[in-house]
Each structure stands twice: as structure tokens, then as C-alpha cells.
Design a protein around this ligand. Structure first.
Ligand code: MN
Length: 228
């Protein structure tokens, strides 16, 4: 694996629009735990960055869409902090080019890509001495238009069955299977239980109809895969 020169970091910092006082933070943000150099990896910065993204997204939504109902804002937020959205930002910054991960030719999953962006925000926060205002300016300026597009084109409105299918197709080229496992309760008060499974992952969802139960089961499996 070629040594990463400061030139590489210069290119990335230009793309981000932030120049580190202490480049070590950026280096840590780009180091996966599999990379055994005896140094630090990005986990702690990612932990911090996860909260920062949450906050910045909510701040953006409240500032730009104050008339939306809280429930709608919650769905938009869920999308904007999702692996799908954050990994697309990370891809755009070509963060995979700079990451230190063992097995150089290994496929870098979208979950790692999303983590990298979170870790980057954590690193900027620390490096700037906790300057949330600067981070906010940077984030809104770079991603404001994309976030606005998500809201205006309602890109966040995908349902979990669709989300899950997209995920499993891209991961394994397979679709999840749904199976009704039980129907109980009196007529007009039926409770459906549907199992959703793909590979070794399975979960049961309940609902007043098959569709509702499928959605809940899909959501559970989707969340399992996201944290897998
Ligand atoms: Mn993460």
C-alpha cells in the first residue's frame, strides 16, 4: 500500500473546504480499526460525528422548513442521517481513496463510507476547538442544496420494503422473502404476523393487515443490516 503523502490530504482538505491545524485528527478519521499500525482508529471520532450529523441535520431542517410537521421532519431526518445519504457524500469526497484499511483491494462497504464522513465531522469539531458554528457553515454551504433537494423531491419518502430490497439487491443480488406466520384476533381486529427473511437475517412484524406487518418486518431487518 502506498504511503499517504500530505499531498493527498491537501486534496481532500480542499474538497472539504477545511484545513486542519493538526493533521493527525484527519489521519485518525481516515483509519479503520482493521488497520493495525498501533495507532488510533476512527471509532471515537465517528461516535462524536454521529451526534454532530444528527444535530446539524435537525438544525438545518428547523431553520429551512419550520412549517413542516415534526413527524415529517423526523422522516426527513432519518433519511438525511442514513447510511445511504452519508455514504453518497463520502463517495463524492472520494474518501475511500484516503482510507487506511487492511486489505487494500477489499470492497469498502457503504457502512464504512458513512462512518468515514461522520468521523470527518468529529475530527473537524475537535481540530477547530469545538467550533460548532464553523462546522455548521461548512456543512450547510456544502450540503444545503442536496438536503433541500431531498426535501423538495421527497426523496426521503421511500418505504422500508423498498429500502430493504434496494439494500439486499446491492449487497447480494437477492430479494427478501415475506411469509405470513400467523393471523389472530376476531374479524375486524385481526393481527397479522409476517416474517421477513434474507440470508441469516429474519424478523417478525405485526400489523392490522399484511402490508402493515410486512413494513414492520422489513424495517426490523433493514435496521439489522444497517448495524451488521
Ligand atoms: Mn456510523
Amino acid at each position: 500500500m502506498p504511503a499517504l503523502s500530505l499531498e493527498n490530504y491537501k486534496e481532500l482538505q480542499e474538497k472539504i473546504g477545511y484545513y486542519f491545524k493538526n493533521i493527525k485528527y484527519l489521519e485518525t478519521a481516515l483509519t479503520h480499526r482493521s488497520y493495525k499500525n498501533g495507532g488510533e482508529n476512527y471509532e471515537l471520532l465517528e461516535f462524536l460525528g454521529d451526534s454532530i450529523v444528527n444535530f446539524l441535520v435537525v438544525d438545518f431542517l428547523v431553520e429551512n422548513f419550520p412549517n413542516y410537521k415534526e413527524g415529517v421532519l423526523a422522516s426527513i431526518k432519518a433519511y438525511l442521517i442514513s447510511e445511504e445519504f452519508l455514504s453518497s457524500i463520502s463517495e463524492e469526497l472520494e474518501m475511500y481513496k484516503y482510507v487506511k484499511i487492511s486489505g487494500r483491494n477489499k470492497f469498502i462497504s457503504s457502512s464504512v463510507l458513512a462512518d468515514l464522513f461522520e468521523a470527518l465531522l468529529g475530527a473537524i469539531y475537535i481540530d477547530s476547538g469545538g467550533d460548532m458554528n464553523q462546522l455548521k457553515q461548512l456543512f450547510f454551504k456544502k450540503y444545503g442544496d442536496r438536503m433541500r433537494e431531498v426535501v423538495e423531491k421527497e426523496l426521503y419518502k421511500k418505504d422500508y420494503k423498498t429500502l430493504l430490497q434496494e439494500l439486499t439487491q446491492s449487497k447480494w443480488k437477492e430479494r427478501p422473502v415475506y411469509r405470513v406466520v400467523s393471523v389472530s384476533g376476531k374479524e375486524h381486529q385481526r393481527i397479522f404476523e409476517v416474517e421477513c427473511s434474507i440470508k441469516e437475517y429474519r424478523a417478525i412484524g405485526r400489523g392490522r393487515n399484511k402490508k402493515e406487518a410486512q413494513q414492520e418486518a422489513a424495517k426490523r431487518v433493514y435496521e439489522m443490516l444497517q448495524s451488521a
